[in-house]
Design a protein around this ligand. Structure first.
Ligand code: 5GP
Ligand code: ZN
Length: 131
């Protein structure tokens, strides 16, 4: 998948906006966010409640509720989201130090927004096991 950054934004590609989804509203520009990166299929912005010095969310523009809703047609998209997260980690200077990519799924994991997202966390020492 060859993706060119499109800082100017535009309509979400590859999926329709879900009216009640906060992340779809952020993608559509209806809710403000500190945008980190955007291209045709991916979107990234700073988490409103950061849990680390770097806490950035990387999401597909296509609305997918949980990782359980992914299908084979999304495999390339997922690889692209990892590439986006890696590039942001490098840009933010946390790649060599180390960072964490987290995706929560369903209530016991702590998922609160049902539009899949990678949390990109870094800039401090991470603990294991997670809480
Ligand atoms: P989850 O709990 O679903 O894994 O992660 C959802 C994340 O979205 C949380 O870290 C939360 O702080 C973030 N979040 C929720 N609402 C907003 C919002 O309106 N703007 C931004 N930038 N982040 C949000
Ligand atoms: Zn959505």
């Amino acid at each position: 998948m060859i993706i060119s950054p499109r800082p100017g934004g535009g309509d979400p590609a590859g999926g329709s906006e879900m009216n009640d989804c906060i992340f779809c509203k952020i993608i559509a520009g209806k809710i403000p966010a500190k945008i980190v990166y955007e291209d045709e299929v991916a979107f990234s912005f700073e988490d409103i409640n950061p849990q680390a010095p770097v806490h950035i969310l990387v999401i597909p523009k296509k609305h997918i509720a949980t990782v359980l809703d992914l299908n084979e047609g999304d495999h390339e998209l997922l690889g692209h989201l990892f590439a986006v997260a890696n590039n942001i980690a490098r840009d933010k200077g946390i790649a060599a130090r180390g960072f964490r990519i987290v995706t929560n799924c369903n209530p016991e994991s702590g998922q609160t927004v049902y539009h899949i997202h990678f949390h990109l966390l870094g800039g401090r020492h991470m603990h294991w096991p997670p809480g």
